[in-house]
Design a protein around this ligand. Structure first.
Ligand SMILES: *[C@@H]1O[C@H](CO)[C@@H](O)[C@H](O)[C@H]1NC(C)=O
Ligand SMILES: *[C@@H]1O[C@H](CO)[C@@H](O)[C@H](O)[C@H]1NC(C)=O
Length: 132
């Protein structure tokens, strides 16, 4: 190996190290989005989510249960979900938007008869009403 090639190789290694350090500190982090069924006895919420139009799958939440969506955040990043419950039309909602720092790391959603609440700084805020 001649010397210039070796220098290039060293520079390449340095860049790889810097990128992986950034990745572990700030560029990407894990997010957990929790959704709780508080609709009432014998209810089930059928959820389907997409993250940046990529399939995240389907989940069913019985009364008093919480489901979790886990992913590595990318910029920009959107978690779009559909919720189906008995007695309402399908609700489409934005469960997570990386460009808004409303909830970093952990996000909590609470499904009630009154609508869908999000926990923002410790308070439940109504974000969506059930469409009829
Ligand atoms: C996500 O948040 C950004 C910054 O507030 C906003 O401009 C953008 O419209 C939001 N995306 C959606 C789909 O609401
Ligand atoms: C869900 O939201 C309702 C309505 O604001 C609130 O009374 C209740 O404590 C919340 N429950 C949970 C488990 O998040």
């Amino acid at each position: 190996m001649d010397l210039t090639l070796l220098r290039k190789f060293h520079a390449f290694i340095l860049i790889v190290v810097i990128i992986s350090l950034c990745a572990s500190t700030g560029f990407s982090f894990e997010t957990h989005v929790y959704m709780t069924n508080n609709l009432g006895d014998n209810t089930i919420i059928y959820l389907h989510c997409l993250k940046n139009f990529e399939e995240m799958g389907h989940q069913q939440i019985p009364y008093h249960w919480t489901c979790q969506w886990w992913f590595r955040v990318t910029y920009p990043g959107l978690l779009l979900c559909e919720a189906n419950v008995q007695g309402a039309k399908q609700l489409q909602f934005l469960a997570y938007n990386t460009s808004k720092n409303t909830c970093r790391g952990d996000c909590h959603w609470n499904f009630t008869q009154q609508g869908v609440f999000q926990n923002l700084n410790g308070e439940w805020k109504l974000q969506y009403k059930w469409p009829h």
